[in-house]
Ligand binder design. Structure first.
Ligand code: FAD
Ligand code: UDP
Length: 373
């Protein structure tokens, strides 16, 4: 049958989801057009080179996965360095290792053996009588007890999400490992690192040979953009796609305050979390440490969390019960468009995905699209 449109796929958004989908479709001989409303490609993994330092413009990004296939997939486009994420928590002038491990417990209580730490946590938990945890606060208290919760979790969490920890889902805190060994690795995954040369290398590799337009918002002329392709892949906010017809989903936004300092080393670590509610930002990123930089200057970024409002960038879905119920209604609607539009990524699926999960989700969609059955 004769095709009447210039492209097989219009891909809205050049983040990892859109770029992986475009790459795989292009590989299969499909004509793709990627449109991106920012003035650069890559979505939230985009980095900016500031005098030799790759600045993670949209917040610290550390690649980690347990999936060998996804690790090999990204390694097609970049070599990864040996960076292991070992952030610290800063609370009222004292530093604690993260995630919660024997170093943290030693710093908190001066205890030196796993047995003593486990007994301490048990003693703290026993006083509280928590059943099946129904929210983040209960989950955290049940895992580590009130000392760690009050010092390292409550303040950070309530700043990050702008909600009481009792109003947040328990799964969020389960992202962080809890260990009774002296191991400061923030992730449990087998594979981890930062792409040498920055994430832009991966995006450039994925989008080689594909038509891309930046500085273009799909919603400014959606009928025109739709008219160009047989099918659309949409990676923006799902509620926006449907004109907010069931109401607005909540998202968290961020404000980044970047500073250049003429010193070689500001905080000695890439990521320092500020867990005290009285400090307005959540973390300070010192970008050079992701790549063991030895420049004479440094770039730091303070990260402030805010509620998303129109015009701001949506970064995090807020997966509480109410928002998840609303997202489900949009998803049901999205499924009815299956023949014409595919929805994917953190914003369109409304899921707190990490990079490897977004790539995984895109590869699943690719499989359904090109090898159905
Ligand atoms: P995005 O990267 O958001 O891409 C969507 C793109 O669509 C954007 O570029 C947007 O501008 C564009 N778009 C939206 N609407 C339109 C429109 N109407 N018209 C045109 N273009 C549009 N993951 C990890 O694995 N490790 C980490 O350490 C990590 N740290 C993170 C830190 C922060 C602060 C944040 C916010 C996320 C972090 N992530 C991390 C998650 C990671 O960023 C995401 O999983 C991944 O980048 C999401 O890719 P995506 O393609 O779904 O979305
Ligand atoms: N968290 C915390 N204290 C910390 C770091 C994380 O309480 O010092 C909690 C907080 O609720 C946060 C969640 O753990 O939202 C997940 O942390 P992660 O580092 O995975 O967040 P992200 O990097 O995705 O913002």
């Amino acid at each position: 049958m004769q095709k009447s449109k210039a492209y097989d796929y219009l891909i809205i958004g050049s983040g990892l989801f859109g770029s992986v989908f475009a790459h795989e479709a292009h590989k299969r001989g499909k004509k793709c057009l990627v449109i991106e409303k920012r003035n650069h490609l890559g979505g939230n993994v985009y980095c900016e080179d500031v005098d030799g330092i790759n600045v993670h413009t949209y917040g610290a990004h550390i690649f980690h996965t347990n999936d060998k296939g996804i690790w090999e997939y990204v390694n097609q486009f970049a070599t990864f360095n040996r960076y292991i994420n070992t952030p610290l928590a800063h609370y009222k002038g004292k530093l604690y290792n993260l995630p919660f491990n024997m170093n943290t417990f030693y710093q908190m209580w001066g205890l030196t053996t796993p047995e003593a730490v486990q007994a301490k946590i048990q003693e703290q938990i026993a006083q509280m009588n928590i059943g099946a945890p129904s929210n983040l606060e209960e989950q955290a208290l049940k895992l580590v007890g009130p000392d760690i919760y009050e010092t390292l979790i409550k303040g950070y969490t309530e700043k990050q999400w702008g909600r009481k920890a009792t109003a947040l889902p328990a799964f969020i805190i389960k992202r962080l490992p809890l260990r009774f060994t002296f191991d400061n690795n923030y992730f449990n995954d087998t594979y981890q690192g930062i792409p040498i040369g920055g994430y832009n290398k991966i995006i450039e590799g994925l989008l080689t040979g594909i038509a891309c337009k930046t500085g273009v918002d799909y919603f400014e002329d959606r009928h025109y953009w739709d008219s160009l392709a047989e099918k659309t892949v949409y990676t923006g906010k799902i509620d926006e796609y449907f004109g907010y017809e069931f109401g607005k989903l909540d998202y968290r936004s961020l404000k980044f305050e970047q500073e250049r300092l003429e010193i070689p080393n500001y905080q000695g670590a890439a990521v320092m979390n500020y867990t005290d509610a009285a400090v307005p930002f959540t973390r300070i990123i010192e970008h050079k440490h992701f790549e063991f930089g030895e420049q004479s200057h440094t770039i730091i970024t303070k990260e402030y969390a805010t509620e998303w409002t129109p015009g701001a960038e949506p970064y995090y879905p807020v997966n509480d019960r109410q928002n998840d119920a609303l997202a489900k209604k949009y998803k049901t609607l999205a499924d009815t468009l299956n023949e014409k539009v595919l929805f994917g990524g953190r914003l369109a699926e409304y899921r707190y995905y990490d990079m490897h999960q977004v790539i995984g989700s895109a590869l699943v969609k690719v499989k359904h699209e090109f090898n159905p059955g």
